[in-house]
Each structure stands twice: as structure tokens, then as C-alpha cells.
Design a protein around this ligand. Structure first.
Ligand SMILES: [Zn+2]
Length: 236
């Protein structure tokens, strides 16, 4: 889940610059913040609607919605939008296109049978998003960085279902790396992992993986293993 708004403005960056380095607690999010602005803008793949929309009752509260089948690169996925939310399918696709190709399997996992795919809701009780291997729910303003965080939950849960020690190993990695991922990630290990998922996506997109690996080598190797190991179920 994520409550914060990942949004930076020139004003806040200027303010951050005015605070002395001593007062700022170093973390990975602050280190790679400059990558947010252009995140995903260079991805060449475009998502296309294969079919739909079909009328559905969405998983959250059986709210009326519409569901589309979508192709993005090699990935076949679903996107569902709640009827009461004023949001166009093309706006949703533009956001998903920003994610690195290796993250698309999270969209495929939440598009398995009896799931809504990437689902947009008017309201998630104050949260920007919720992610698990069963759903990836977003509000209208959830951007591609929030989606990269939620992909972390989707992929981690899929791997944990086969490798139950995944989060225990992640806790050991946090300890070994001796650097905070973000203030939000400091709260609990599975949020630390989801925050690392978004920062890794930024560094992959912005060609800063070597720098990220140097700062947080244990998280880095474990996250790459999770990205590789998480697999969608085979279509029946
Ligand atoms: Zn989260």
C-alpha cells in the first residue's frame, strides 16, 4: 500500500538543497530523486487495446466497472476502470507504458483468472494504491512511480508463495546494507521492498543501476532474483 504522493517540484527541490547535508538523512529515495521527472518517457513500446470494454463487477465491493484486454510488448493484461471514476483507458495505458518491461509481469499476474488486472478506483479509503498478487488497485492520481512500488508487492508475494523465506531474507539484506531506502520503507520490511522496487525501476530507466548496486548490494541482488523468479500462472 502507499499513502504518500510521490511528487517533486522545483520549489521543494530548491528547499531540500537549502537544508545542509548534515540535517538530511541519506536514503536511496533522496539519492535518486532526480530520475523521477523523466521516468519511463523513453520506453518505445505502446499498449494497445485487444478487446473490450466488457461490463464487470469489480472485486472491491462489486462496484460496476469496465474491463479491457490489453497488449503491451509481450504482456497480455487487463485494465479495469470503475464506472464512477472519470478516467480514460488511454490515460491508464500511458502510465503503464512507463514501467520497465521487466515489471510488466506484475500486470500479468494481477490479470490471471478472476482478477481485475490493473484496476482504477475513485477512492481507496485515502490510499493511493494497494498491491498484492491478487490485485493492483490505483486511484486516478497514482502515477507510474506509485505503480512501480505496487509491482514490488505483487512480485514479492508471488515469489513468497513459493519461497516463504523471501521477506526474512529481505530483512537480513536491510540490516547488511546499512542504508535506508526511504522514510516510508523504514516502517516495515515489505514496504522497504516495495520502495526498493520503485527506486530500482527509476535506476533501470535512468541507467543508474551500478550506483544503486554500490549503495545497497544485498537488496539489489535479492530484488533482481525476485524479478526473475516471479512468474504468472500459465493460461489454461
Ligand atoms: Zn506499499
Amino acid at each position: 500500500m502507499i499513502f504518500k504522493l510521490i511528487a517533486t517540484t522545483i520549489a521543494t527541490l530548491a528547499l531540500a538543497g537549502a537544508i545542509s547535508a548534515k540535517e538530511k538523512k541519506a536514503n536511496l529515495e533522496k539519492t535518486f530523486e532526480s530520475l523521477h521527472k523523466d521516468f519511463g518517457t523513453k520506453n518505445p513500446d505502446k499498449a494497445t487495446v485487444i478487446s473490450g470494454p466488457v461490463v464487470v463487477k469489480m472485486l472491491r465491493g462489486e462496484s460496476p466497472g469496465k474491463c479491457w484486454q490489453v497488449q503491451l510488448g509481450d504482456a497480455r493484461l487487463k485494465v479495469t476502470i470503475e464506472d464512477k471514476l472519470d478516467l480514460k483507458i488511454q490515460d491508464c495505458l500511458a502510465r503503464l507504458e512507463k514501467l520497465p518491461p521487466s515489471y510488466r509481469k506484475a500486470f500479468v499476474i494481477v490479470s490471471e483468472a478472476k482478477k481485475d488486472g490493473v484496476a482504477f478506483y475513485e477512492d481507496l479509503e485515502g490510499a493511493s494504491a494497494h498491491g498484492s498478487q491478487d490485485y493492483l488497485n490505483l486511484v486516478k492520481d497514482a502515477d507510474a512511480l506509485v505503480i512501480a512500488h505496487e509491482c514490488g508487492h505483487v512480485l514479492e508475494q508471488r515469489v513468497t508463495s513459493k519461497q516463504p523465506k523471501t521477506l526474512a531474507q529481505w530483512k537480513a539484506a536491510i540490516k547488511a546494507d546499512r542504508i535506508s531506502v526511504s522514510d516510508y520503507g523504514d516502517e516495515v520490511a515489505h514496504e522497504d521492498l516495495a520502495e526498493f522496487s520503485y527506486i530500482y525501476a527509476c535506476c533501470l530507466d535512468g541507467r543508474k543501476l551500478a550506483e544503486l548496486k554500490a549503495l545497497s548490494p544485498q537488496r539489489f541482488s535479492q530484488w533482481e532474483a525476485i524479478l526473475k523468479a516471479a512468474e504468472p500462472l500459465k493460461a489454461p
